[in-house]
Design a protein. Structure first.
Length: 508
């Protein structure tokens, strides 16, 4: 299988670059800038992409790499910091730009294999304070902007290309075509990364690896664990046991939906552990967000591991780990893999024959495609991102049974109304937040002093940035009217019109 290396220098878009490459049917993997050159040489990549990053190349504490990588005979594309790094490695000069460029900028391109089938004038997405003040010898300038005299350059003899902007983000008008040109015109890829036979191949591999042994999987009801459960179930049937911990912080009726789905759709053992009361007890009086997250996570795995001990049969442990969970950071701490709820550290007293991670090489959008082919309901396959601590971080302040019910009921109204009017397809994520704020209201002839609910809805392609959704007023009016009439203890509804940045999608 052809492979493209995305060499990460700390860029926020490293995963997005790899996803965009895979969109063009070429497999991409991400490695940190600390990866040894010999590893790269042995992997025989068809091409290498240097990511962006927040540093300055002339600061010697910034991420750098040996110049030998440019002499491997492998085509290279540098993006943003990666562009400046190539210039610096090849003897050019990088300086602080007289004018920084951020956002959408008009770009003028010149003839290049990288810009085949692209208009001379187009819009690109810039984000830089440094620039190439002097091109290295042997390079040709192939693009400019008003404030960046060298916004793109190439050395066709060595197959090295560099752009100051970000072709991987949708704001760059012809970014997808540029990446396509790098893959097919420059790297000469054939495009052999396809999902069509992934299920069959993976099921066969699981059968061979597991045999007649047992497998235990922690099922959250999210996309990743659900698809992992479906794949493993197709391979070993009843030898799979899924443990579903319902901590009482899921959306309304969601626990019942998950149980019904997996007890009717797949051949497996399904164990549901209801522990909402114990979770609330452990969270009593806690208001600090990170402390809530820690307690919820700790309690979840305490319950989960206790159930595993009760199963008491040596076998394999399965996880819904996907590729982004395993990516090492290129921000200077590349020896540490980021902490993620899909990567579980097991207690010392519990032993397994090994770890099963059938989705470990897939991005989320690829996981969804597998889920669709497995016949998993679209409510699970296209489930919106949901925080690991559940509604625990959509309720500001202390958690109580009453507050949980308020958010569940209000959120259900919001989702029901969006499904009815079909507007949900326009949104990347939408939900309700209980800010723990009370306001004066009037219901009938009586004064009220009760909770307000905030609605959060965003549009985004990649969740790196997000814009608040312009939901039509009549839809918002209907949602507000239903919530204040159908959900007890709510007398006011507000709408969050903050984009990311400066805000985040979630409130806590």
């Amino acid at each position: 299988m052809e492979k493209i290396l995305v060499l990460d220098f700390g860029g926020q878009y490293n995963q997005l670059i790899a996803r965009r490459v895979r969109d063009h049917r070429v497999y991409a993997e991400i490695l940190p800038y600390t990866t040894d050159l010999e590893v790269i040489r042995k992997n025989k990549y068809k091409g290498i992409i240097f990511t962006g990053g927040p540093n300055s190349v002339y600061d010697m504490s910034s991420p750098h790499y040996t110049k030998e990588i440019l002499s491997l005979g492998i085509p290279v594309l540098g993006i943003c910091y990666g562009c400046q790094l190539i210039a610096w490695m090849c003897g050019g000069e990088v300086s602080t730009a007289p004018v920084s460029e951020y956002g959408k900028i008009e770009f003028v391109s010149k003839s290049s294999p990288l810009f085949k089938n692209i208009e001379e004038h187009s819009t690109v997405w810039m984000s830089h304070t440094d620039y190439i003040s002097k091109m290295p010898e042997g390079f040709e300038n192939i693009g400019t902007t008003q404030d960046c005299p060298c916004a793109a350059m190439q050395n066709t003899e060595k197959n090295i290309y560099a752009v100051q902007f970000h072709p991987e983000v949708t704001h760059s008008q012809y970014g997808a075509q540029m990446l396509y040109n790098f893959l097919y015109e420059i790297c000469k890829c054939k495009g052999d990364w396809v999902m069509d036979n992934f299920i069959e191949r993976t099921v066969d591999e699981l059968k061979a690896e597991i045999g007649d042994r047992k497998v235990i999987l922690g099922l959250s009801g999210g996309v990743d664990s659900s698809v992992a459960a479906g794949l493993i179930s197709k391979a070993i049937g009843k030898n799979l046991t899924c443990v579903f911990v319902d901590q009482g912080l899921m959306r309304k009726d969601e626990g019942d939906f998950v149980e019904k789905t997996f007890t009717t759709l797949f051949d497996m053992n399904f164990v549901r552990v209801n522990c909402g009361e114990s979770f609330l007890k452990s969270l009593r009086g806690v208001t600090e967000p990170e402390q809530k997250r820690h307690i919820i996570g700790t309690e979840f795995y305490k319950v989960f591991w206790d159930e595993i001990r009760r199963q008491n049969e040596l076998g394999y442990f399965a996880q819904g780990t996907i590729y982004p969970d395993r990516i090492e950071s290129g921000k200077g701490d590349a020896d540490k893999i980021k902490t993620h709820h899909n990567q579980v550290k097991m207690p010392e007293d519990i032993e397994f024959l090994g770890i099963i991670e059938p989705l470990k090489d897939l991005f989320k959008d690829e996981v969804r495609k597998v889920g669709e082919r497995l016949g998993i309901p679209k409510e699970l396959v296209w489930r919106q991102p949901f925080p690991g601590p559940g509604l625990g971080v959509r309720i500001i302040g202390e958690l109580t049974e009453e507050k949980i019910k308020i958010v569940q009921d209000a959120d259900w109204v919001l989702r029901d109304e969006m499904a009815k009017n079909g507007y949900e397809k326009n949104l990347a994520q939408f939900f309700c937040v209980l800010p723990d704020v009370k306001t004066v209201g009037v219901m009938g002839d009586h004064r009220t002093y009760d909770h307000l609910i905030a609605i959060r809805a965003v549009t985004t392609d990649d969740f790196m940035t997000a814009d608040w959704a312009r939901i039509p007023y009549d839809i918002l009016a209907k949602v507000s009217n239903r919530i204040t009439n159908e959900v007890p203890h709510i007398n006011r509804v507000v709408y969050d019109i903050t984009s990311k940045p400066p805000g985040t999608v979630e409130w806590e």
